[in-house]
Structures are given as C-alpha cells and as structure tokens.
Ligand binder design. Sequence first.
Ligand SMILES: NC(=O)C1=CN([C@@H]2O[C@H](COP(=O)(O)OP(=O)(O)OC[C@H]3O[C@@H](n4cnc5c(N)ncnc54)[C@H](OP(=O)(O)O)[C@@H]3O)[C@@H](O)[C@H]2O)C=CC1
Ligand SMILES: CC[C@](O)(C(C)=O)C(=O)O
Ligand SMILES: [Mg+2]
Ligand SMILES: [Mg+2]
Length: 337
Amino acid sequence: MSVEVFYDDDADLGLIQGRKVAVIGYGSQGHAHALSLRDSGVDVVIGLPAGSKSRPKAEEQGLRVLTPAEAAAEADVIMILAPDTAQRGLYAEAIAPHLAAGKALFFGHGFNIRYGLIKPPADVDVAMVAPKGPGHLVRRQYVDGKGVPCLVAVEQDASGNAFGLALAYAKAIGGTRAGAIRTTFTEETETDLFGEQAVLCGGAAALVQTGFEVLTEAGYAPEVAYFECLHELKLIVDLMYEGGIARMRYSISDTAEYGDLSRGPRVIDSRVKEEMRKILGEIQSGEFAREWVAEDEAGRPNFAKWRAEGAAHPIEETGQKLRAMMSWVDRPITETA
Ligand SMILES: NC(=O)C1=CN([C@@H]2O[C@H](COP(=O)(O)OP(=O)(O)OC[C@H]3O[C@@H](n4cnc5c(N)ncnc54)[C@H](OP(=O)(O)O)[C@@H]3O)[C@@H](O)[C@H]2O)C=CC1
Ligand SMILES: CC[C@](O)(C(C)=O)C(=O)O
Ligand SMILES: [Mg+2]
Ligand SMILES: [Mg+2]
C-alpha cells in the first residue's frame, strides 16, 4: 500500500497565516512549533498555566503568553502540545469552553483522541501534525532551511478543508520541506507508541544496558564497554539512517557483517518478536493507555522508581566521565527551550 506524501508546493501557507494559532505548551514540540510558525508569518499566542516554568522561556523569545483558557478563547486554531497525560484535564477546563463552530483543534500526537479521552464537538476541525522527530531537531532543521517529515491526519472535517489547514500548518513548521505523509489518528498513535516502546527508546535502551552489563560483568573495562555498546551505536545508526541496513553492512568489516548476520537473530529471536506482538496488542486494545493514565493519576510511583533505577545504572556514570572528554558530544539538552 503506497502512502500519499505532500511537499511545499502542495500546501497553501496562506490558510494558516490567515488564522490565529494558540500553541498550548512550550516544551520540546511546543517551542519548535511556536517559533517556526512565527517565523513563517503566522500570528501565534502561547497558552501556559500561570505558574508554568516554561513561561520565561517563551517570553524571552518575544512570544505573547496567556493562560491556556485565554489563548484558546482568542485563537481559531488551537494546537495542544502539553504532555499527553495533562491533555484531558486541560481540554475540559481551558479549551472546551472556548471551542466554537469554525475553530480547529490540533494535536502533535493522537493519544487522547485515539483512546477517547478527549471528545471534541462535531462542529470543529480535528487534525494532527506530528513531526517524526524530537522537537529540538524540528526547530533546528527549520532554522537550517530544512525540515523533519511530519504525519498529517484529520479525525473530523467540519470545515471541509481540515486537511488543507493541517498541511499549511505542517508547511509553517518545515514539515512539507521534507514531506508530510497522510495517515490517521489510529495509525499514528499505535505505530508511535509501538516504535518508542519496542524499538527506539525501550528496545534500544534495554539492548545497550544489557550489552554493557554482559561485558562489565565478564570483567571488561566499563569505558571500553561504553564505547562498544553506546557510543558507537550512533555511528552505526547514522549509516542506517543515510542508506538503510544495507548501507551500514556495506561500511562495516566482513567480520562484523558475518557476526551481525549470524548472531543478530540470536539476540532478537522469536521470543522477542512474540513479546513485541504482545506489546502491540496492549497498544491496540487500549491496555497500555489505561495503565499509563492510571499510573499518572496515582502520582507515577512506578515511573519515578524506574526512572531513578535507569539514572543509577553504571553506564550513566561511565558515560558522564567519557563525554566530559568529548567536547563535541556533550551538548546541552535544550538550546531554545
Ligand atoms: N517530545 C517530542 O519530541 C515529541 C512529542 N510529541 C507529542 O507532543 C506533545 C507534547 O510533548 P512534549 O513536547 O514532549 O512535551 P514536554 O513535556 O516537552 O512539554 C510540555 C509543555 O506543556 C506545558 N504544560 C504542562 N502541563 C500543562 C497544562 N496543564 N496546560 C498547558 N501547558 C502545560 C509544560 O510546561 P511546564 O514547563 O510548566 O511543565 C511544557 O511547556 C505530546 O502530545 C507528545 O506525545 C510528538 C512527537 C515528538
Ligand atoms: C520516539 C519518542 C517520541 O515518539 C518522538 C520523539 O517521536 C516521543 O513521544 O517523544
Ligand atoms: Mg514519535
Ligand atoms: Mg511518541
């Protein structure tokens, strides 16, 4: 099945330049969207609670900051870029009372719509512009005249041109420079959750930590283990990113390639694939969403415990020492937010 991809020439920037956009939240995605929308000539206002620690960051960039309710009342396109778990309460308190026919409600991820946590009225457009990359990269690419590919979806087309409006928004943040792919809220949500849990974040972090543990428990120096299991991963992934797995295999030695082909499937075996299928099933059935919402409502006890355990893993201390020797690597986490 082929996907539809849209580029700059397919999008009419005028559609979003003619609207007032409220960006609710000013974190990883929020700052990138807001600054790039503004630089694309769009009238932007930021919505943040009175005590939010993001307020000074937005104000330093010369953006106008209101409360979420004030911003939602003023704007006719409302992009929700607060944490997924905060969105349901935020929507009920600050956004729903200010939605009116003709307005548009936008998301950067489909979680709350896919799992029925937010149910917008029928007379507003509901769309998604989801960059396929972290917010800081979205902004950096925009500033460099490039873009991060986006997924664009429409859940509800009250105006008859919700997709055109979403494409215009994607253009304003640089997404159509790289390509905007049409999808659905369900496809974006389920694949995004699966990717971050099984491969990109959960899978990759567990693979790296486990490799590091096996080497150090066998008596090898943590510094050497760090290079082998974490540092060089970027170099290998960069090759995959540029030309796929085939390009990576072309660049590595024959010895590495034979080890890759003969041993890789033993590490990621049929048991791992079965577990990945179970994880996908939990996402599709809503089990993961229910678990995460309940964890959040309970004050995130497991999240805090697992986060602390991860931070205390010996690979972090080794990495901190080694990265201090690599001035070109130890960049601050955020540059613009
Ligand atoms: N991180 C990423 O790169 C990606 C994120 N997404 C999606 O984008 C959305 C935003 O995620 P992300 O950018 O990571 O979020 P962050 O955690 O980086 O930032 C959240 C922002 O929302 C603010 N905020 C918190 N609570 C509220 C509230 N009740 N009302 C208004 N603002 C609030 C925070 O303020 P404060 O500083 O005060 O906490 C902060 O400015 C999510 O839907 C996520 O799934 C999609 C693609 C990639
Ligand atoms: C991979 C994590 C992500 O899905 C992302 C940056 O795209 C997220 O939710 O942060
Ligand atoms: Mg993602
Ligand atoms: Mg995600």
